[in-house]
Design a protein around this ligand. Sequence first.
Ligand code: PSU
Ligand code: MN
Length: 302
Amino acid sequence: MITLSDEVRDALADGAPVVALESTIISHGLPRPDNLRVAREIEQAVRDAGAVPATVALVAGRVRIGLDDDALATVAGDDSVLKVSVRDLAVVAARGGHGATTVASTAHLAARAGIAVFATGGLGGVHRGASTTFDESADLVTLSRVPTTVVCAGVKSILDIAATLERMETLGIGLVGYRTDRFPGFYLTDSGHPVEHRVDDPAEVAAVMRARAALGTDRAGLVVANPLPEDEQLDPVLHDRVLAAALAGADAEGVHGKETTPYLLARFHQDTQGRSLAVNTRIILRNARLAAQIALAHAVAG
Ligand code: PSU
Ligand code: MN
């Protein structure tokens, strides 16, 4: 049920650098029609940095790792595409449906395919109010079970970031800041929380990956937190205002469960007149580039 594109299969067989990419960000995280353009740009950013992009999605019930342009267009534009986490994979596959994979399901499938490095925008985590709703993304528990290295701009700023960091610690998910000792806040350069370990170049990340394997601490994932430069972040005042309105809107409209993240991100894209889309795009492209550099350093070091 899993099909690797020829390019991804050949690269893996040769030990060449490959970067897994999620597809929920395309189908549910970014507005149409920009999402298809951005999906192509992400792949190009990985190629330009010398690695092979492996976007993951379910197309007509088949898990595809490495998408052609038709498949990418389906993920970006077909109304039947479901947001698919780990537990949904088998159901959508058995029914022959289309599905976009989250961080959780992408990391799971990447690990199965032998892809070590994965790029996304921001991880899922503990939602605000989780002490009553229990809404914690499956991204966290999945990253406690798969060895994947995930490059992201921290966790989405819509979350309870302090609680998410505590859960990551409990779950044994590795965490390093890339050229920073502050945990990034996705749209914002600094979430207000520190990161204990800082790394300064891709080779250093590859060395941590090798050490994790040697020490057997790679049963859980490694998060490489890559912040936006301060002059590229969303204006923090605008961010806080839009977030407050979006959270109130979700509450008033009774949005919950897996709809919450797409709802809040869509509100950001509407209420910032496209500024959050530009920032979100920069985040993903930067992460794709860094993930490719890490995959290269990892491949060279064997
Ligand atoms: N980060 C983004 N855009 C997104 C997501 C993350 O910038 O669309 C998606 C990812 O696929 C992530 C998912 O795995 O949101 C988390 O959703 P939830 O909180 O429902 O687990
Ligand atoms: Mn949830």
